[in-house]
Design a protein around this ligand. Sequence first.
Ligand SMILES: Nc1ncnc2c1ncn2[C@@H]1O[C@H](COP(=O)(O)OP(=O)(O)OP(=O)(O)O)[C@@H](O)[C@H]1O
Length: 294
Amino acid sequence: METATSALTPSFPVMIGNQAESVMEDSDAKETARNTVGTPFVDAPRMTCRNVDVFYDEKQAIRNVSIDVDQNEVLAMIGPSGCGKSTFLRCLNRMNDTVSSCRVTGSILLDGTDIYHPSVDVVPLRAKVGMVFQKPNPFPKSIYDNIAYGPRIHGLTQNRSELDEIVETSLKKAGLWKEVRDRLNDPGTSLSGGQQQRLCIARAIAISPEVILMDEPCSALDPIATAIVEELIAELRTQFSIVVVTHAMQQAARISQRTAYFHLGNLIEVGATEKIFTNPLHQLTEDYITGRFG
Ligand SMILES: Nc1ncnc2c1ncn2[C@@H]1O[C@H](COP(=O)(O)OP(=O)(O)OP(=O)(O)O)[C@@H](O)[C@H]1O
């Protein structure tokens, strides 16, 4: 599929880290990922992760994980604390580059492009694969400028009216426009926690992402704000792929189409969310969702 990601790098996949060989055939990757049960792979993936290992110095946090991110899906990642969910999520837009002890090997492609290729500029990559964090983190700027900042630095607009349009459209998509249209010059930090999180989602949307990563996006919100953000995530799926880490299994059940269960750095099972929560294949998944541990 021809997308703006072709601007990231030449469109040939290569292995990352110390693995010098060219990318392995998909069938080989599936074979080596045989320990994951269920349906980690899809027909027309937006992101393709194969044999991903992550180390913090000598300590291995992710072990040979292979999984696809589908188009227009919410993929939930669940598992006990410390199992590596956030570490894996952060590989998907190279946020782990900011951790000096962190080393990633394997292959991660966005629309067929290796995001770890040395020629990839992480700034446009992180626009294509946006991120929303646990705690809302608006810039210390006005509501308008929180949204306008990304389009300005990425040169997405020619003039003020185009910028105004992106700000309005992004806030509408994030379900925030009606609440803020009369106070666009107020600081982003003057909004409630739930509104701030929707502002951060609008900020990610404004730079035309393809995938949005969310790391426990509702854990700092009250139940009403959580419900609004969950509804928003469900709507956003029609335009984006969303990968969400959550501790709340009921949230995963409410908002996702597929769920991935991690345990001690291993990807144990991936499947349709309903199946994972009603009839999982793996004993470890069952033990977790029935509350036997975790
Ligand atoms: N910056 C870091 N330096 C060293 N080790 C780290 C770092 N970040 C995470 N780890 C370790 O990697 C492992 C996976 O951590 P990670 O935060 O990815 O798990 P998680 O499943 O997201 O946990 P939680 O649900 O508690 O947020 C843990 O053992 C953790 O201690």
